[in-house]
Ligand binder design. Structure first.
Ligand SMILES: C[S@@+](CC[C@H](N)C(=O)[O-])C[C@H]1O[C@@H](n2cnc3c(N)ncnc32)[C@H](O)[C@@H]1O
Length: 185
């Protein structure tokens, strides 16, 4: 009975993912769907992380590049967008060039689990609860103490956030979470 229920759940999840791929909303290698953070929420996210011109912002799963581009344009930060979908990487690069930001931001076509985070001072995420939990050891191992992590909509399991911000945007409540990487013991 349990085995049949598990198989049924797996079939449902697989069907949902396949539906998103067929609908063109998800790259076949992506582990989170391609939905965007609305711009007012992007600004709230950058404010929550207190992004300044001294920061290097990494957006893991950067979509059309809006978070990294807004961080450079409005806060003077440098940024790196990591995205598995080549079409979105090309779109992000074109936008950055068009806005004259190609010197401040770059976009890498890569699986985010392969990205070296040593240079980042801020990491932004809009992925899934499961991906956040899988990413947590990598974030804690590679980010410098004091680096900030902000996540749209998804928490980090049993790592409690330092702050939670609720933003009314795009007809719903968008929930933003902030963590600071602690000193290594
Ligand atoms: C929900 S969208 C968020 C886009 C953008 N960060 C934003 O907030 O508007 C998630 C993005 O992550 C990308 N993605 C999913 N799995 C990935 C992976 N393993 N490596 C790199 N990018 C990935 C998807 O292609 C998608 O563009």
């Amino acid at each position: 009975m349990t085995t049949r229920l598990t198989a049924w759940r797996f079939t449902l999840v697989a069907a949902a993912v396949l539906g998103l791929v067929i609908a063109g909303c998800m790259h076949p290698l992506a582990s989170a769907p391609d939905v965007r953070t609305p711009y007012p929420t992007v600004r709230a996210l950058l404010e929550l992380a207190n992004v300044t011109g001294k920061d290097v912002v990494y957006d893991l799963g950067s979509g059309d590049g809006r978070i990294v581009i807004t961080a450079a344009r409005e806060r003077g930060a440098r940024g790196v967008g990591v995205e598995i979908d080549p079409a979105l990487v090309a779109e992000s690069r074109a936008t950055a060039r068009h806005l004259g930001l190609a010197e401040r931001v770059r976009f890498v076509e890569q699986d985010l689990f392969q990205t070296d985070l040593g240079e980042a001072t801020v990491v932004t995420l809009y992925l899934s609860a499961d991906l956040n939990r899988k990413l947590r050891p990598k974030l804690l191992a590679e980010l410098k103490p004091g680096s900030r992590i902000v996540s749209h909509d998804f928490d980090m399991g049993d790592w409690p956030p330092e702050r939670v911000l609720r933003v009314q945007d795009d007809g719903r409540e968008q929930v933003l979470y902030l963590w600071t990487v602690p000193a290594r013991r």
